[in-house]
Ligand binder design. Sequence first.
Ligand SMILES: C[S@@+](CC[C@H](N)C(=O)[O-])C[C@H]1O[C@@H](n2cnc3c(N)ncnc32)[C@H](O)[C@@H]1O
Length: 590
Amino acid sequence: MDSLFAQTFRDFAILISDDGSTDATLSILADYKQRYPGRIRILDPHHSTGSARANFARLIDFATADYVMFCDHDDVWLPNKIALSLEKMHWAENEHGPQTPLLVHTDLVVTNSALETVHPSYMRYSSIDPARHSLAQSLMQNTAVGCATLMNRALYERARPFPSEAAIHDCWCTLVAATFGKIYYVDESTILYRRHKNNLIGVAKWNISLIVTLALKTVMATDILMSLVLKSLQAKALLTAYADVMTSEQRKTAAALADLWSLRRTARVLVLLRHGLLMNRLLRNVGLFVAVSTYGTSRRSFWYPRLMRAIYLLLRKPKALVIRFLTHAGRVASRTVQQSGTAEEEVENGSMSYWRCLRRIHTQLEPSLYLEIGVAKGNSLALAKCRAVGVDPEPQITAALPSTASVVKTTSDHFFDIEARTILGSTPDFVFIDGLHHFEQTLRDFIHVELLAAPHSLIIVDDIFPNHQAQAERERRTQVWTGDTWKLHAILEKYRPDLYLLALDTRPTGLLLVAGLDPASRLLWDSYDSIIEVYGRHCGPPREVLLRQAAFPPKHSTLSHVAELLKKCRDGKLRAPEVVRRLRAVQALA
Ligand SMILES: C[S@@+](CC[C@H](N)C(=O)[O-])C[C@H]1O[C@@H](n2cnc3c(N)ncnc32)[C@H](O)[C@@H]1O
């Protein structure tokens, strides 16, 4: 901390996340806070996140500054660290503009725990070429050390939220910078990089003993193999987060690493070579080739990386493994406890399953772009034969998704807040809203989707017919659960009489079909606060909702006529009111 406050550049603040320390850290920080008023913000004390990645991810979620640097608790910054990095950053922003994700990193002095210099240059000590910044190179070996990097806002906003598959926070930021922006290196050491046996992330001198150790580890399939498997998972996470906005070349490179373990052993080296997925130094690459061509078969491709990750965590981070296991067990247990109503409370109605109804609509509508809010296991997302984007903060995919589908792991609010338009690339023809079952969330999802939609787009909202009062409670305690999403139907009827609405009698909890969308309409936004106030007052679903009095049979041919008509409207010639007039005419004939 003293070395931070001794910087020649002084206009900065420090954001701290204490990761469950049991020593005097918090009282030391309180002391610094008093000595430097207004310069330090400590996030609410947090139970341990279990990893440096998760703790830095927490910090990045709270970041608001124009520029951000990571700081490890045990490193000592040299006085010109911020000034030097910032100078390069300003130069880079002049070259590329501040909206370009930019990462600047420097060299480090390697020291022992007593801060005695072991080597003046981390890059030379570890035999790493800092100029290796391409996406392929960064996927295989990160050259920017977290505590020696500076990021601009465009980069950290693009990189968050950090996925749990990110090897470590700095690797993820480098990958995002390599994909969407630029990386610059300052060939000067700006930090005393203290290495002691408790360091979570290692640095090793590139000498004969390291080479022999690496060779042995390779033959015994331990560290190298595990780190490779982690890199594959990280590449997969990169695709999950950004596939839609990556170039096709970048997608191919990341997919080559992500799918490496499903290839035949003989093909793996060729694929690595073809995509330039290589490490620093010939010997490291020899180890790499031995590892990938010796271990794993396609049959194991699903379990193998996961098993390796579990072994890796068990050996290297047992605490993280225990936390992960307990969190998972806690989630499963709370779901089991929460979601079991009586037989009467779990009652289901409907003349066709929602899934079958959605499948029919996909066939009839033939959308070019499908958007889904709330993916869960991927069962409904898997129905899309076209390009499809799913959004879910906690997807648990078990369905076989087509290669045209991708899942953005975040909440719908965050998705629409970031670059939903860029990720989607075009107007969605079909949207399924099935995320959080609280009416205000479903309403916001609807408003956000309509902004991106066109008069020919179709939105379907799930869960508008609870079958029992218990299913409509906001706190989930039944398997069949609608929450108070049913209120959206009433809200749209009242505030948007211009829309075409059709409530379908599907199992288990009904679907609401909405068409004739008007992206220019501000009616819902303008009334949002009063809607929340009025509909937020506690009330259960009325009798007509429970009895599905407004429900329309999903097997009726009207549904295919609606799909046909919307398909024809894709030429963009009709405005929303005319689309609605024609849809109502179709229904009047039914
Ligand atoms: C009912 S499940 C989706 C089921 C899926 N559409 C299907 O039919 O197979 C609801 C999902 O919404 C997700 N979810 C919860 N809050 C969300 C939010 N704020 N944004 C997007 N998804 C959310 C949950 O993680 C859960 O996976």
